[in-house]
Design a protein around this ligand. Structure first.
Ligand SMILES: [Zn+2]
Length: 531
C-alpha cells in the first residue's frame, strides 16, 4: 500500500469551533464573530417552541439602513431559504442586515406551501400578518403563533427594507393560465410602484436576467405591491418600510439557478443602498475560518433525482454544509469558495457537456490546488480517464463498448439493466475509513449502471486505491458476464494537492450506508487521515 494510509485519525474538527459559536441561549443576540470588518451574530426566534428558527445579524457598526431578509415562508419554495443562508455571510459595510433563512421550518420540512397541522385561517403563513389595507376590517394582530413570533421579531428589528424571498410555479412573463386562473408570479419582483422604486426594481431584474437566455423565462415587474397581509405588505403599511417580494420559479429549473437569481437581485439592492461595496452575487459559501466543510454539489443538466438524496445525506451529516451549484458556477473564483465538489448520479457525459470544457478545466484545477472531489455513479464516470470528456482525476477506464444482439439490435455494454441490489465488500482501507462509522465489511448496495473500472495506465495520474469491491453483478448480455464481479466499487486517488473519491454504486439511497458518502466527503476534505 503506498500513500498516506494506515490508521484513521481525525486530524481537525474545525466544526467544533462553529458548534461552540452556535451554542446560543435563546436571547436575541448571543454569539458573535468578526469577518471582513462586519460583526456577525445569531439567535433564535420562537426559541423552545415547534417554530424555533435561527436568525443572523451582520452589523457593519456604521450608520445606515437596516434590511430584514426572510426566506422559507412557504415550504415548497426552497430557493429563498437557501439563498438567504448564503446571503447571511455577506460583508456589510453600512447599516445592518438581519436574515431569517428558514422562517417556516415545519413547512420547509414537509416541503408544502401551507403550514402542516394549522387551522384554515393560519396555514398560509404569508397571509397572517397585520393588514391595514381596509380600515374597517383592520387586523392589527398577526394570526397564529409563528406569524406572531416573526412579527414581534420584525417590530424589534424595525427594518427600513423588508425583502421576502419566494418562488412561483410558472414564469410570469410567458405563463398562460387557464381561463379564470391568475398568472403565476414566478420570476418577478413585487413592489409598490413609484419612480424611485421602478428604477431599482428594473436594475434588480436586469441582474437576475443576466443568466437567463430564454425570453420566456425572463423576469417581470409587478408594481401593484406585495399582498397586504404578507410580512412585506405589513412592514410597508404598519412600519413605513420599503417592502419587496423577490420571486423565482421552482418548476423547470435547478435550485442553483434560482438561488443565483435571488442573490443577484439582493446584491443589486444592497449595493444600491450602499450596504455592500463589492459584487456579492457570486458569494455562496461561508468565508469563516471556523466554518463546516463547504460542499458544492452540481445540480445542472445531466444530474438525476438521486442528487436530492446526496444533498440530504450531506446536510444531515455533522460538520458539513452543501450548496447546489450549476454550470455558471464552474469558475476558479466560485469553486475556490468550496472545500469539496460533488457530482451526483445521472449521466456523466451530459454533466461534462453541461459544464463545458472551461468548467472541466476549472474542476481539474480546483482538485490540483487541494480541493476534494466526490463522484457518485455518473460523477464517477466523470472523474475517470477513458472518455474525451472525462476529468482524468482517476487513472481508470470504464467497461464500455457495444454488441449486436440478434433480434434486439445494438446494445451498450455499460448498461447492465435497471437499478438493483449488488453485494459489496470493503477492502482493509475501506474498513479503516468507513468501518469507524459503523459500515460492515460486506453489505448490499443499490447499483444503477455506475462505472465498472480498471486501471487506464496514465503516467500523469497516480494509481487509484481500492476501498470497496463488487462481489456480485448484474447484466443483460453474455458479454457482460464476469466483467463486474470482483471489480472496484469505490476507489480514491490523489491529484496534485487534492483527493478524489469515485463511488460507482449509490450508497446515498440506503440509510444504513449514508456515512459512506459523508465519510467520503471528510476524506477528500482531509478531515480524516489514513496513514
Ligand atoms: Zn411564496
Amino acid at each position: 500500500m503506498s500513500f498516506f494510509f494506515n490508521e484513521v485519525r481525525i486530524v481537525r474538527m474545525k466544526f467544533l469551533l462553529s458548534l461552540i459559536f452556535l451554542a446560543f441561549s435563546g436571547a436575541w443576540l448571543s454569539a458573535q464573530q468578526q469577518t471582513e470588518g462586519s460583526r456577525f451574530s445569531s439567535g433564535k426566534i420562537a426559541a423552545g417552541t415547534d417554530w424555533e428558527t435561527d436568525y443572523y445579524v451582520v452589523d457593519s457598526d456604521h450608520e445606515g439602513p437596516t434590511v430584514l431578509i426572510i426566506g422559507g415562508m412557504h415550504g415548497n419554495e426552497p430557493a429563498g431559504a437557501r439563498a438567504a443562508e448564503q446571503i447571511r455571510h455577506w460583508p456589510i459595510v453600512r447599516g445592518k442586515m438581519v436574515v431569517v433563512p428558514r422562517a417556516n421550518v415545519m413547512a420547509l420540512q414537509a416541503k408544502t406551501r401551507l403550514t402542516p397541522g394549522q387551522p384554515e385561517t393560519s396555514k398560509n403563513l404569508n397571509r397572517n400578518f397585520p393588514s391595514l389595507e381596509e380600515p374597517n376590517r383592520m387586523r392589527v394582530q398577526p394570526q397564529g403563533e409563528l406569524a406572531k413570533a416573526l412579527w414581534q421579531f420584525a417590530v424589534k428589528v424595525k427594518p427600513d427594507w423588508l425583502i421576502d424571498l419566494h418562488e412561483g410555479y410558472e414564469f410570469r412573463v410567458s405563463h398562460q393560465p387557464p381561463e379564470g386562473k391568475e398568472k403565476s408570479v414566478g420570476s418577478s419582483v413585487i413592489y409598490q410602484g413609484s419612480g424611485k422604486m421602478d428604477a431599482l426594481a428594473k436594475r434588480m431584474i436586469a441582474a437576475a436576467d443576466e443568466t437567463v437566455s430564454d425570453p420566456d423565462r425572463k423576469f417581470s415587474l409587478i408594481r401593484s405591491g406585495p399582498v397586504s397581509s404578507g410580512i412585506a405588505g405589513a412592514c410597508i403599511r404598519v412600519m413605513g418600510a420599503e417592502g419587496l417580494i423577490l420571486e423565482t420559479t421552482y418548476n423547470f429549473q435547478p435550485l442553483s439557478i434560482r438561488t443565483r437569481q435571488h442573490r443577484a437581485m439582493v446584491n443589486v439592492l444592497l449595493n444600491e443602498i450602499g450596504m455592500v461595496e463589492v459584487d456579492c452575487g457570486q458569494r455562496i459559501a461561508s468565508p469563516s475560518s471556523s466554518r463546516p466543510i463547504q460542499v458544492g454539489m452540481f445540480d445542472g443538466e445531466g444530474t438525476g433525482p438521486s442528487r436530492e438524496n446526496v444533498v440530504e445525506v450531506i446536510r444531515a451529516a455533522e460538520g458539513m454544509d452543501v450548496h447546489r451549484i450549476g454550470a455558471a458556477e464552474m469558475s476558479d473564483r466560485i469553486l475556490g469558495q468550496f472545500d469539496v465538489l460533488v457530482f451526483p448520479g445521472g449521466s456523466g457525459s451530459k454533466q461534462a457537456r453541461a459544464i463545458s470544457e472551461a468548467g472541466r478545466l476549472a474542476v481539474q484545477k480546483f482538485v490540483k490546488n487541494g480541493g476534494g472531489y466526490v463522484g457518485v455513479c455518473a460523477g464517477a464516470y466523470l472523474c475517470s480517464s477513458g472518455y474525451s470528456w472525462s476529468l482524468r482525476l482517476v487513472d481508470s477506464k470504464a467497461f464500455t463498448g457495444t454488441v449486436e444482439v440478434p433480434g434486439k439490435g445494438k446494445k451498450q455494454l455499460w448498461y447492465r439493466g435497471k437499478e438493483t441490489g449488488i453485494d459489496m465488500e470493503l477492502s482493509p482501507l475501506g474498513e479503516s475509513l468507513f468501518g469507524q462509522k459503523g459500515i460492515p465489511k460486506s453489505f448490499e448496495v443499490r447499483y444503477a449502471n455506475g462505472p465498472i473500472i480498471s486501471p487506464h495506465g496514465l503516467d500523469e495520474v497516480e494509481d487509484y486505491q481500492v476501498l470497496a469491491w463488487f462481489r456480485s453483478e448484474n447484466g443483460q448480455v453474455a458479454e457482460q458476464k464476469g466483467t463486474m464481479i470482483n471489480t472496484p466499487a469505490i476507489v480514491t486517488s490523489r491529484v496534485g494537492k487534492g483527493r478524489v473519491m469515485s463511488v460507482s454504486p449509490h450508497p446515498e439511497k440506503t440509510p444504513e450506508l449514508h456515512s459512506i458518502v459523508s465519510q467520503a466527503v471528510r476524506w477528500v476534505a482531509k478531515e480524516v487521515e489514513i496513514e
